[in-house]
Write a protein that binds this ligand. Structure first.
Ligand code: TGC
Length: 385
């Protein structure tokens, strides 16, 4: 009997350094997060005390160079995302918001002073960042944002309402995207600034061990040097989303693997009609289908990872990965749930939690529909949005 990761020997395609990052991430996620995750999901609890440990272990902004970041390769970062999401999407989301979104925005578009001020603290987990782009009426179309930043004397005044902003209520610094007379710009807003309020959305039935917030900017005044100098236009925000989409392509394969493993395990211990259900053709067909899609998703993630390492990864290619891997992870989770039968809807198994989380992952960082239309545009040259 082979485990899902042994059958195709995908390990052979990784370097020693990549395997080392993968193993350390797996150990951290399994020993520090998994013991509490069901309780945290149930209680809507984000275990903030782990953030410093994640920083000390090098996982925050690990793909960035300098300023305290680990400087790991793209595939290593992807594998870490996978191992955290194998425990819970909420924690991979934390890595994405901190590293792929907030730290990437500062690293790519910030002034030297902004980088010195924030990146080492964020890499160490001493400061938490969030990324305020989405609004209630402009999720798929950030260009339709209503938040504004107006020059006023020696500063900028930000006004608007952002929604679904990960970690905002525990963040120290927010990267806020707003319309100016000069187009969309990014601003670093310290969350203690008067006029900045973040309120967790606590009616969520998904991603409950993580935090997503409504953010109100009510005449929030920031100094002139709060603007990210090199972030001119919405393309800057999209380039950060690209990094988060990359992490998702890998991460969801972790959730898929966890569901597949739970289903295999259950197929050997649960008996029906006098034999293990794993000895029936219908269950074996489901397991084989799940496994094949998992391995294809891994190969796709790895191909995309190698492109990223060569700086040759295009946004349309990320859409292939996000669309396919989230879709297949959801399908794998759903088939696992059916193999677990009634037990599959209980919290005694991780499958229903992963299913609920994956519904968020399908929606954020570009919905299935948006990535479908990006590919439609790539194939026809015609934009349908
Ligand atoms: P358009 O508005 O015309 O584009 C503006 C500029 O951006 C460029 N661009 C990109 N650049 C790099 N990478 C990408 N993926 C890019 N997509 C667009 C574009 O070329 C243009 O540049 P320029 O120089 O011409 O000004 O938009 P478009 O027509 O190109 O794209 C439309 C569409 C629908 C594909 C795009 O709006 C889109 O991707 N929408 C989805 C938005 C999305 O993913 N939102 C998620 C927000 S973050 C989140 O969900 C939660 S974060 C985690 C948390 O906080 O918990």
């Amino acid at each position: 009997m082979a485990s899902p990761d042994e059958l195709l020997h995908l390990d052979d395609l990784l370097t020693d350094e990549e395997r080392s990052w993968r193993d350390r991430a797996r150990e951290f996620a399994r020993s520090r997060i998994r013991p509490h995750i069901d309780e945290d999901f149930e209680n809507r609890h984000f275990r903030r005390e782990l953030v410093g440990e994640l920083g000390a272990a090098g996982f925050l902004g690990m793909h960035l160079q300098g300023y305290g970041a680990a400087g790991a390769g793209a595939v290593s970062y992807g594998l870490a995302c996978l191992e955290f999401e194998a425990v819970d999407s909420g924690w991979r989301t934390f890595l994405s918001v901190q590293g792929s979104l907030a730290m990437t925005a500062i690293s790519s578009f910030g002034s030297e002073e902004q980088k010195q001020r924030w990146l080492p603290a964020m890499a160490a987990g001493e400061a938490i960042g969030c990324f305020a782009l989405t609004e209630a009426t402009s999720g798929s179309d950030p260009a339709g944002m209503l938040t504004t930043a107006v020059r006023d004397g020696d500063g900028w005044v930000l006004s608007g309402h952002k929604r679904w902003i990960g970690l905002a209520s525990v963040a120290d610094i927010a990267v806020v995207w707003a319309k100016t007379d000069d187009g969309v710009r990014g601003f670093l807003v310290e969350t203690g600034t008067p006029g900045f309020t973040a309120t967790p959305i606590d009616t969520k039935l998904s991603m409950r061990a993580s935090i997503q917030c409504d953010v109100v900017l009510d005449g929030c005044r920031v100094p002139l040097d709060a603007v990210l100098p090199a972030a001119t236009g919405l393309g800057a925000a999209f380039s950060c989303l690209n990094k988060a989409r990359f992490g998702i392509i890998w991460g969801v394969m972790g959730a898929a693997r966890a569901c597949l493993e739970a289903a295999i395990d259950r197929s050997l211990t649960r008996e029906s009609f006098g034999r293990p259900i794993g000895q029936t053709q219908l269950v074996q067909q489901k397991l084989a289908d799940m496994f094949v899609e998992y391995e294809k998703g891994m190969l796709l993630a790895l191909h995309i990872g190698r492109l990223e390492e060569r700086h040759a990864l295009a946004p349309d290619q990320l859409s292939v990965g996000k669309l396919n891997n989230v879709r297949q992870a959801i399908s794998i989770a759903s088939q696992a749930r059916s193999i677990l039968a009634g037990d599959g809807i209980t919290s005694e198994f991780p499958v229903m939690r992963h299913m609920a989380n994956l519904e968020s992952v399908r929606t954020y960082e570009g919905t299935d529909e948006i990535h479908t239309l990006v590919l439609g545009r790539a194939l026809t040259g015609l934009a349908a949005f």
